[in-house]
Design a protein. Sequence first.
Length: 166
Amino acid sequence: MVPGCIFFPHTRNIFAEWHARDTSRKIRAIFGARTAAGKHVTGALPYGYLHDPDDRQKWILDEEAAPVVKRIFQGVIEGKPIARIAEELTAERILTPAAHWRAIGERVSMGASGADPYKWATATLIQILKKEEYMGWTVLNKTATESYKSKKREATPQENRLIFLL
């Protein structure tokens, strides 16, 4: 304790708590403004897109991965089971999304680094098929946390999501 300090330790904790709460509110306001303007607040990219080198807020088509995404959707349209599409991609030794991003030098936050870079999982294909970005628009504000104390992210209701054309 600092000599001459009139605050009790628990009082300092209260001030620290208020500071953390206020900082969280300010950051949420900044992210909210960026999201409302149609700007991405994360670096996450859907497979088949890359960051524009001139403006990381914009996405450009990944010429190597885009045909793979088209092929996945075409296979589903033709009625192929997802497991069969995954087997075909694995047999043809097409890099998985995480391995593809590692190969071109993009930051990767998923996929085990020691895993087989050509082994496509059905779960990966399902995630690709669920992404609305392949419809020609970008969806922002998909998840949120309840408070700054929680790390758990929960899905935002559909009516609170922001949709912009790509």
